[in-house]
Design a protein around this ligand. Sequence first.
Ligand SMILES: [Zn+2]
Length: 464
Amino acid sequence: MNLFDPANLTSFNARLKELDPTLSLVEIKKILVGNGARKELFNIIDPELEVMLVMDDTRMFAGGVEIKKEIEEGFFKREINFKKFVFKSSDYSDGMVHADWENVDKVKKELKEGLCVVSVGSGTVTDISKHAIHTFFEESGIKVPFVVVQTANTVTAFTSNIAVLLKDGVKRTYPSTYPDYVISDTEILKDAPFELTQAGFGDLLARYVSYADWYIGYKCKNLDKYTEVPKTLLDEMLDYLVKNAGKIKEGDDYAHAVLTKALLNAGISMSIVGMSTPISGFEHVISHVLDMVCGINKEQPMLHGIQVGIATLFVAYAYEAMLDENDILKKLTFPEWNEVEEKIKREFFAKGFSNDSVLEMIADYKIKYDKWIESKKDIIEFFKFWDSEKKIIRGLIKSGDEIKSALKEIGINISTRAFPKEMEFAFLSAHFIRRRFTLADLFFFLNKLNSGLYKSIVERVSVE
Ligand SMILES: [Zn+2]
């Protein structure tokens, strides 16, 4: 359906170059998408290399066959030399394997010349493997070949050259490396637990708010690059998915295939601009804060994409509130640094954040704050034309009601009781954890990021 078909990277890259020669091309050798695509794994691997399978201990099935076992047997039959690196969920106090630096180091220790890494799993295992390979290359100059076998349509990590990792309890995005091959077997993906598919769908909805964050951030001089090419890669597929969310739930083959390709393109959309801006804004920082609070309280967070989907709903209504604002110029503030710093400390210490993580947050936030103060003139110039800018912003987003109906169609629970416990804290404080500008920053600098705003949004979000 789309001119940007991730299964055909040659024409994909040619088209990309045509649209904007300044963008980075996709450096993945091949993405294999289709029913039974996993069989290709054995043809891709260089028989001279030793394979290291990186996975967790979750069992995954496709058409009744246990995938990880089938892959091992495949290597065994073909006499391909392989070993396993398995993350056991029982080794972790919260019963979950996390994409953190400790796990990256564990995989990195195993890497050497002559090895090929095949990760079989979802986002966590992919990001750990990806970044182990990336840091090993930086340290040794040895590039270990990397094949990703995707086991669920959960996240956008499979095709991206960035990794999202936890460091000192803070989730951050790091420049990383592309996989050489990605295998997206639609038979596996369709048979994955449905909540993982819901998560992938929820993660993609972020595009409908984050793009406006990027645009405003660019206009307010927080970012020096803005392009609508990533949006072009995504919108045809995303618009289809939003209209046909119910079909994914029904198990329709075509809808699942579109979801698969949309997630693959979403990973690429970030990589070609070297930033997560196309599909990560305010809604993602809300989700990151919620994860961090869960980490402190030793609670299990929601699935990333489901949480992002819910956060997107809040942000979509927040956008509507912002677009109702008039006379913004009169409301803009440029607060004193000391006051802001005190506020960050007060709010995050109260939630049990460590001194180190708060200091790191403050250092990062200071960069955004300084840009806001320094760019005062340009910012005022931008808001002089708020009425015409509003029209552009409206064209980049979807309404809260549209997001709400998409979430309902796919079956994500958006009843008030299902909201994450710390949603209000995350909504009001998330802007402090990232140096990139989001809608929350604009509300903050208008002195409007407060409980009143949050409550008015909850009223619109609410369904029982
Ligand atoms: Zn995400």
